[in-house]
Design a protein around this ligand. Structure first.
Ligand code: FES
Length: 112
């Protein structure tokens, strides 16, 4: 994976612990989240009926869709076994520049 694939999408100051932020990379809607100081990136659009996941609820690593409450793990985009009406989301590799606080992601997502 080469360096230039990574794109700056936000700064750590834009996010707070337990918070979420909607960003865009290569025309894809992505939601960033911060859990225990670490930043994660998964698709922002729910795989069920396109609910806006950044408007959902984050509980630990579980992100709950605001529309029909499918639950996804922000670490890997995997849907919970309890909410099988949705399918897995893409997750994206995140890098944080510790000097500037810039958040960079690789827009080539992966599904579990
Ligand atoms: S749109 Fe997300 S659970 Fe239905």
């Amino acid at each position: 994976m080469s360096e230039e694939q990574f794109q700056k999408v936000a700064n750590k100051d834009d996010l707070k612990e337990g918070g979420m932020l909607k960003v865009e990379a290569n025309g894809k809607q992505i939601v960033l989240s911060m859990v225990e100081g670490k930043v994660y990136a998964i698709d922002e659009i729910c795989t069920h009926e396109q609910g806006p996941l950044h408007e959902g609820e984050l509980n630990g690593y579980d992100l709950k869709c605001p529309w029909h409450y499918a639950v996804f793990d922000v670490r890997n985009g995997k849907v919970s076994d309890a909410t099988v009406w949705a399918t897995n989301l893409n997750s994206y590799v995140v890098k944080v520049d510790e000097t500037s606080g810039d958040i960079l992601i690789n827009p080539n997502g992966k599904k579990m």
